[in-house]
Write a protein that binds this ligand. Structure first.
Ligand SMILES: *[C@@H]1O[C@H](CO)[C@@H](O)[C@H](O)[C@H]1NC(C)=O
Ligand SMILES: *[C@@H]1O[C@H](CO)[C@@H](O)[C@H](O)[C@H]1NC(C)=O
Ligand SMILES: *[C@@H]1O[C@H](CO)[C@@H](O)[C@H](O)[C@H]1NC(C)=O
Ligand SMILES: *[C@@H]1O[C@H](CO)[C@@H](O)[C@H](O)[C@H]1NC(C)=O
Ligand SMILES: *[C@@H]1O[C@H](CO)[C@@H](O)[C@H](O)[C@H]1NC(C)=O
Ligand SMILES: *[C@@H]1O[C@H](CO)[C@@H](O)[C@H](O)[C@H]1NC(C)=O
Ligand SMILES: *[C@@H]1O[C@H](CO)[C@@H](O)[C@H](O)[C@H]1NC(C)=O
Ligand SMILES: *[C@@H]1O[C@H](CO)[C@@H](O)[C@H](O)[C@H]1NC(C)=O
Ligand SMILES: *[C@@H]1O[C@H](CO)[C@@H](O)[C@H](O)[C@H]1NC(C)=O
Ligand SMILES: [Cu+2]
Length: 594
């Protein structure tokens, strides 16, 4: 009905633009009245025979729809999609300036992996780099009973040796937008990353899907070099040279080019924003076009409207907007969050806009936009605050388990001999040839202390975690990402937790896989032990995870072998890695390994 209201306003104002654009459309927002939320029975029944079209995006197919709780119910039977990714050491110039990097299939970002909800996804990853191992993590993919496919070297597999191929097989149990990236030290900062799109239903209608718009901070110096200087305390966090939007941007000397996103006046579009940064927060806005936000990470949410959206590293938001302005070019602005990072040097001194160009059909396709910002540039490094992030399919976290199942995790930093982040006193430090899963499969209980293991042994029990940063030393926000689960985000705040449940939300809290731990503050997370495996939780600032900021949840250790089944890929991969690592490798591990 929202659209009808807009139509009425347009007609009353007799605005010619509004008239021209008023395509009749039922229910732009599928369920604007939150009242229905009070009837959980009604809203939870999946539609049966309802095709997914531009006017019925909430449908999927028989028995599955946006109302399906994808954690509780198996996904629809799907097909199989196969991709081959080959990582090579080569030179590219995404913003017009050449740099050596480690790129997938000769491009940056790597190819987008497309699948449908319920599909089996097979990805063959070949390591054609002469001098590094690798492993590819599928960010946000739940990997239900397939922990050996999570792609974390030293935890779920050995690093993939040069010339070796690892075959990843997993099911797309959720739908939406995500990305994949290397988990071999800071390698993804050198280019080993790409988008993932899993088609499924949506909480709002739109005419067309524009696809992914990954945002990346870009350094002209290789990430391994920058990381070493920071790790050893010789420099602070490296300064960003540029920001790439969908793998392209202009540079300070005028070379390179903007991504142009072409739209037709009157149509509505879905755009998938992904923060693939190493160390940068962004705020994204589109001049003259407010966003309706429809997902956070892989979780569909009640749509809310905003002029600007904040993305921490690893986070994704899918937005819908309507091309209802006059035919022209408009800036899509990517503002750097200067509160927790330094703006790329070139943009401080010039008037260049960091972002991309929305180009209407019929507009001058060589001109730059002259549009002005619809909102002031935000500079904070906090999670999105402009709208309530309310999952579409409601869930309740059992408050009565809180007191018994609560565990506190203390984050501190040690600045003697370089920089090390400590989790309950220990910086993470894994070995690429001894993954946690191998210890588990071998029944070897002597997992080293710096693997930072937190056991979760009781099947389907809810576990509650308070992560608290030492106030004296930690003046930075950390985007915390969990593998193997979406967590329920019960709350966060400045300073230490006050020891009470006041202010914590147990009733349909935000559910996602990445959230921000405020500087020197705390956050409270919960999730049930419903996926046996070894699951990494880490800060997604690549430098920080390299400096030890991570831990592992070892979930239902005794059930893992039976749950995950075939581990031949893991075993063969470890054999190949051992041959390489105890043979010809030129470099040593000098960080946490992740
Ligand atoms: C364009 O659409 C947005 C919602 O997407 C709405 O807020 C705005 O009023 C519309 N503008 C016109 C001129 O119709
Ligand atoms: C990439 O090539 C450069 C230059 O030959 C070399 O120094 C570097 O070690 C290589 N990196 C990897 C990961 O193979
Ligand atoms: C990976 O390759 C980079 C060069 O591209 C090098 O600096 C680094 O030391 C290598 N790391 C390992 C452990 O091979
Ligand atoms: C990888 O294969 C190439 C070509 O066969 C060979 O030259 C190179 O030595 C191999 N690298 C390793 C580490 O085995
Ligand atoms: C991003 O780039 C890819 C590959 O070039 C392209 O298919 C896609 O449409 C682009 N995304 C947008 C939003 O323009
Ligand atoms: C990406 O995440 C980083 C760190 O969380 C954040 O500083 C940056 O602003 C984010 N980028 C965008 C486009 O949101
Ligand atoms: C545009 O951005 C500038 C600088 O952030 C700000 O002063 C101005 O108020 C913004 N315009 C609107 C309409 O918010
Ligand atoms: C900090 O690191 C130094 C050097 O590695 C070590 O001697 C010291 O015990 C550490 N302090 C803490 C509190 O862990
Ligand atoms: C268990 O792992 C440790 C560390 O890798 C190793 O030294 C030990 O031999 C292993 N024990 C068994 C029984 O395999
Ligand atoms: Cu961090």
């Amino acid at each position: 009905m929202l659209w009808l209201r807009q139509l009425a306003v347009g007609l009353l104002g007799l605005s010619s633009t509004a008239l021209a654009l008023s395509i009749p459309r039922d229910d732009v927002v599928l369920r604007p009245d939150r009242v229905r939320r009070q009837d959980p029975e009604e809203t939870r029944v999946p539609d049966s025979n309802c095709p997914n079209t531009a006017r019925s995006r909430h449908c999927w197919r028989s028995g599955y729809s946006i109302e399906t709780d994808f954690d509780a119910k198996s996904p629809p039977e799907g097909g199989t999609v196969t991709y081959n990714l080959e990582i090579t050491n080569m030179t590219l110039a995404p913003d017009g300036k050449e740099r050596r990097g480690l790129f997938i299939n000769g491009q940056y970002p790597g190819p987008t992996i497309f699948a449908n909800w319920g599909d089996d996804v097979i990805v063959n990853v070949k390591n054609s780099m002469p001098d590094n191992g690798t492993s590819i993590h599928w960010h946000g993919i739940r990997q239900l009973n397939s922990c050996q496919m999570d792609g974390v070297n030293g935890i779920t597999q050995c690093a993939i040796a040069p010339n070796d191929t690892y075959q990843y097989r997993f099911k797309a149990t959720q739908f939406g937008t995500s990305w994949y990236h290397s988990h071999f030290s800071v390698q993804y900062g050198d280019g080993v990353a790409g988008p993932i799109v899993i088609n499924g239903p949506a909480t709002m209608n739109y005419d067309e899907d524009l696809g992914v718009l990954p945002l990346t901070d870009w350094y002209y110096t290789p990430a391994f070099e920058l990381n070493y200087l920071f790790l050893t305390g010789q420099t602070g966090p490296p300064l960003v040279d540029n920001v790439l939007v969908n793998g392209t941007m202009i540079n300070a000397d005028g070379g390179g080019q903007y991504q142009r996103i072409r739209v037709e006046q009157g149509k509505s579009y879905r755009l998938r924003l992904i923060n693939m940064s190493v160390d940068s927060f962004f705020h994204v806005s589109l001049d003259g076009h407010p966003f309706h936000v429809i997902t956070s990470d892989f979780v569909p949410i009640e749509p809310f409207e905003t002029q600007s959206i904040s993305l921490a590293i690893g986070q994704r938001y899918d937005v819908v907007f309507t091309a209802n302005q006059t035919v022209d070019n408009y800036w899509l602005r990517v503002n750097f969050a200067t509160d927790c990072g330094t703006e790329p040097a070139i943009y401080g001194e010039t008037e260049n806009v960091v972002g991309a160009i929305l180009e209407y059909d019929g507009a001058d396709s060589t001109a730059l936009p002259t549009s002005s910002n619809s909102t002031a540039a935000e500079t904070n490094c906090l999670d999105e605050m402009d709208g309530p992030i309310v999952p579409w399919v409601p869930n309740t976290v059992p408050e009565d388990r809180f007191d018994e199942m609560l565990e506190q995790i203390e984050l501190t930093v040690n600045l003697t001999n370089g920089i090390h982040w400590l989790i309950d006193g220990t910086a993470m430090d894994i070995r690429w040839h001894n993954p946690t899963l191998e210890y588990v499969l071998d029944g070897n209980g002597s997992i080293p202390d710096p693997y930072n293991i937190y056991d979760m042994n009781e099947a389907d029990e809810w576990y509650f975690w308070i992560i608290e940063g030492d106030q004296a030393s930690i003046q930075l926000e950390h985007p915390i990402h969990l593998h193997g689960h979406d967590f329920y985000f019960l709350g966060a705040g400045d300073g230490p937790w006050d020891g009470t449940k006041n202010g914590l939300n147990f009733e349909n809290p935000t559910r996602r896989d990445t959230a921000v731990l405020p500087a020197g503050g705390h956050m409270v997370l919960a999730f049930p032990a419903d996926n046996p495996g070894a699951w990494l939780m880490h800060c997604h600032i690549a430098w920080h995870v390299s400096q030890g900021l991570s831990l592992e949840f070892l979930e239902r250790r005794d059930e893992i072998a039976a749950a995950i089944g075939d581990v031949s890929e893991l075993r063969d991969g470890c054999q190949a890695w051992d041959d390489y690592w105890f043979g010809p490798h030129p470099y040593e591990q000098d960080d946490s390994g992740l």
